[in-house]
Design a protein around this ligand. Structure first.
Ligand code: GLU
Length: 457
């Protein structure tokens, strides 16, 4: 079912997947795809095909019931919205956005909201599915969701960004709610965007509803520690596995990080603070490299002042592809999905790949990395600190009772490491890799919940 130009609020329920290709790019959007952090052209399997392939492989491995497998392949609800926004110069621009609920067996759906020129319905489906597994693996009472708007937020003025956000929030408002679906930041969105969504939703209700989003500013009911949570979680999980598998602490460990947004920069900072040597980082303009190590605080400062990492003094320029092939202890893809592929995985020389991004490694790349003996820490464990702290924020918002940052960190570390331990135990019992183990645990938990609830009606 292809969306019709100008038609608003198309809702498809459990759309068959055969026609996904016709759904992107979406008609009715006037976004010129700005060249922003292009995905490698070499491999064209969409994120959703990758997500389905991962599910299918694990379903076969664990002998998952055929009916349950089929129900998990589909997204339960998919909303497409086209909406007008009056730009600062007076002209009307039509934006296209999405919100997808993959599965709500274990509770309200949870997941980020992405502003990026390459957002598609298909990508939101994949990201929503990955959220379902991540929440189940972390034992959070949530299903998975994801949303997005096709836009490069850097091309909008602050006022345009606010208007677009408020209108998008209005369009998806029947789909979201503190007991229904709770958005959070993702690529291209931040605490300010969450504040506008919270305010818009609250204005419609006539009272403040802080639990409608997570990742909002602390001043309006956000939690301490949410901003750095994903990056700090990457550091906790990587540190634990390095210790377990290589008998090493983070001290002196060399790290290369692709992507220097919220997740990449906080991963850099929190690893650096624990003694790691961050030798390379990159953003969409390219990367910088210094074998003696870079100070993430200066990098952040440079990025803030110059808008990109290029020309950072005291470092050599390298491309994103060169960064992925550096001989480092830990490689951290922290940008978009589909970065490590069949074409470049053989060049990876890292000992550990810590997936801070969602879906950065394709299944073909997974196999190549496994053959090379590279330990891949899968996204649904590695970057789960974000949604874990989102859960803590939601609980605090619902109770209007707030925790200090130490409490947030302790609980996050415990949740991540306890579930990591379960996943590591599963790799040994089933002689499988960490991604397979993590998926099996998540899927079994959802299956149990599904069977207990039964199939309505
Ligand atoms: N966007 C983040 C993720 O992919 C956070 C989602 C959330 O906190 O709900 O995990």
């Amino acid at each position: 079912m292809a969306p019709i130009e100008g038609q608003k609020g198309i809702v498809t329920m459990s759309t068959p997947h055969a026609d996904v290709s016709v759904l992107s790019p979406v008609a009715g959007a006037d976004d010129e795809a700005t060249p922003c952090d292009p995905k490698p052209e070499i491999e064209q399997a969409s994120a959703y095909q990758v997500a389905l392939g991962q599910l299918d492989r694990v379903a076969a491995f664990m002998h998952l019931d055929e009916g349950i497998h089929r129900s998990l392949r589909s997204c339960q609800r998919e909303l497409i919205v086209h909406f007008p926004v009056q730009m600062d110069d007076g002209h009307i621009r039509i934006f296209t956005g999405f919100r997808v609920h993959h599965n709500m067996t274990k509770g309200p759906t949870k997941g980020g909201l992405r502003y990026h020129p390459s957002v598609t319905l298909d990508e939101c489906r994949a990201l929503a599915m990955w959220m379902t597994w991540k929440c189940a693996l972390m034992n959070l009472p949530y299903g998975g969701a994801k949303g997005g708007v096709i836009v490069d937020p850097a091309t909008l003025s602050p006022r345009e960004l606010e208007k677009m956000t408020r209108r998008y929030a209005t369009e998806i408002s029947p789909f979201i709610g503190p007991e229904r679906d709770i958005p959070a930041p993702d690529v291209g969105t931040n605490a300010q965007v969450m504040a506008w969504i919270m305010d818009t939703y609250s204005m419609h209700r006539g009272y403040s509803v802080p639990a409608i989003v997570t990742g909002k500013p602390v001043q309006i009911g956000g939690t301490h520690g949410r901003e750095q949570a994903t990056g700090l979680g990457v550091t906790y999980v990587t540190r634990a596995l390095l210790k377990q598998r290589c008998g090493r602490s983070l001290d002196g460990v060399t790290v290369a990080i692709q992507g220097f947004g919220n997740v990449g920069s906080w991963t850099a900072r929190t690893m650096y603070e624990r003694g790691a040597r961050v030798v390379a980082v990159s953003d969409k303009s390219g990367g910088v490299y210094n074998a003696r190590g870079l100070d993430p605080r200066y990098l952040q400062q440079h990025l803030k002042e110059h808008g990109s990492l290029s020309d950072y003094p005291g470092a050599d320029a390298i491309s994103n592809q060169e960064l992925l092939a550096l001989a480092v202890d830990v490689l951290v893809p922290a940008a978009l999905e589909g970065q490590l592929t069949r074409q470049n995985a053989a060049q990876v020389r890292a000992t550990v790949v810590a997936e801070a991004a969602n879906g950065p490694t394709t299944p073909e790349a997974d196999e190549i990395l496994a053959d090379k003996g590279v330990l891949v820490i899968p996204d649904i464990i590695c970057n789960a600190g974000g949604v874990v702290v989102s859960y803590f924020e939601w609980v605090q918002s619902l109770q209007a009772f707030f925790w200090d940052e130490g409490e947030v960190r302790r609980q996050m570390e415990r949740t991540l490491l306890d579930n990591l331990e379960v996943a590591v135990g599963t790799t040994t019992r089933h002689s499988c890799d960490l991604r397979t183990a993590a998926y099996m645990i998540a899927i079994r938990r959802i299956e149990e919940a599904l069977l207990l609830r039964g199939f309505y009606p």
